[in-house]
Write a protein that binds this ligand. Structure first.
Ligand SMILES: *Cc1c(COP(=O)(O)O)cnc(C)c1O
Ligand code: SF4
Length: 357
């Protein structure tokens, strides 16, 4: 297999200006943004950015508007802290726990919901005592059926470390599913080596990789090949996408993206309303607009291409489906809207309830 060489990662406003991605007159204000929220654009990602103000590039290039923080935005937008069982382990739902294995990513997204916690200035990998506590907690909580490994980007961690994690997990019989959330297969596909895949699979669990991708151009030939290596190895893949202003906020782009996932054996899973992370309002759509976009996708695209539109409720209350409603009560039955927007009656007379079990 041949991969493009990694090359230099752009991390400073001067690098971005030299590359032609940012305006020279913004050097000072971008330095303020970069001091607050990490910037990293690896060479492979820079190659995908076509020009200043590119739709794909808006995800990664710092913007002066990031300094505008609205009163309802929060440092911990989805309330991870409220459910932190031990350091790095969030146990919000009974049957699944989430491990923040690392706080670094190969590339930093400007809309990141953990932007206050990830970045170059953080500790990086979860330290050994924290990992011991997390495994002690997992061992003691037999209701945990699934472990979700996230970060940061867990697939940026070395295969050796990931293999250690898998080996420890292998001993926990009650954990059946191991799920990694990552941007690596798309944005750093050269990291998806047979060694990495073997490390992910070493747990003996059913392994899922949830690919985070928001723009169709992220799915390059190299990305598609990396996805194929994962899926061919027996790993199941699903997608998650964040709905972003100026990146993917139209039906055409979403349709191409969702179809590209399905064509590459990645089942669309979630479309996220952008979280209320600080300094991200310019990238967020009003909820109403997101709901309308999702409504338009229905019927236009195969059922395989339909993600669930979700909002993470601030305060740690979990995700709630946010898609449009098609049903409302009418008399004894319902009124339902079809994919063309036409409305129909649906008879649903009150019948005997099923016996209580
Ligand atoms: C999103 C999330 C999960 C996973 O939720 P799913 O609906 O199963 O994808 C689990 N734990 C936490 C803390 C989360 O934020
Ligand atoms: S890859 Fe994920 S954790 Fe990392 S910056 Fe992007 S959204 Fe945040």
């Amino acid at each position: 297999m041949s991969f493009s060489p990694p090359g230099k990662t752009l991390t400073e406003p001067e690098d971005l200006i030299a590359a032609g991605f940012s305006a020279p007159e913004q050097a000072d204000v971008l330095a303020k943004v970069a001091a607050r929220y990490s910037v990293a654009v690896p060479a492979g990602v820079a190659a995908l950015i076509e020009r200043r103000d590119d739709t794909l590039g808006r995800q990664f290039l710092p913007d002066p508007r990031e300094l505008t923080i609205l009163p309802h935005e929060r440092a911990d937008p989805i309330g991870d802290d409220a459910h932190q069982a031990v350091k790095g382990l969030i146990h919000r739902y009974p049957d699944r726990a989430l491990l923040k294995l690392t706080s670094v990513c190969p590339v930093y997204c400007r809309f990141c919901f953990r932007r206050e916690r990830v970045g170059a200035a953080t500790e990086g990998l979860l330290d050994a005592p924290a990992l011991d506590s997390a495994f002690a907690y997992l061992a003691a909580h037999r209701e945990i059926w699934e472990l979700i490994v996230t970060g940061g980007d867990p697939l940026a961690v070395s295969p050796r470390r990931l293999a250690e994690l898998s080996a420890r997990l292998n001993k926990l019989d009650h954990v059946k599913i191991l799920r990694f959330h990552s941007r690596v297969p798309a944005l750093a596909p050269e990291r998806v080596t047979q060694e990495l895949i073997a490390a992910l699979r070493a747990s003996g669990k059913t392994v899922y990789v949830a690919l985070h991708a928001n723009h169709p151009r992220e799915l390059t030939a190299q990305a598609r090949a990396a996805i194929a290596r994962l899926v061919d190895s027996g790993i199941v893949m699903v997608s998650q996408t964040v709905l972003l202003r100026g990146v993917n906020d139209n039906v055409e782009t979403l349709a191409v993206l969702m179809r590209a996932f399905v064509e590459n054996r990645v089942k669309p899973y979630y479309l996220h309303h952008a979280d209320l992370a600080p300094g991200t309002s310019h990238l967020r759509l009003p909820l109403e607009e997101g709901r309308e976009l999702v409504r338009t996708l229905l019927g236009r695209l195969s059922g395989l291409c339909q993600p669930v539109f979700v909002v993470d409720i601030p305060g740690g209350h979990g995700k709630a489906p946010a898609g449009p409603d098609y049903w409302r009560r009418e008399g004894e039955g319902w009124r339902v809207e079809d994919w063309r927007g036409k409305s129909h009656c649906y008879a649903d007379p009150a019948g005997p309830k099923s016996p209580a079990s």
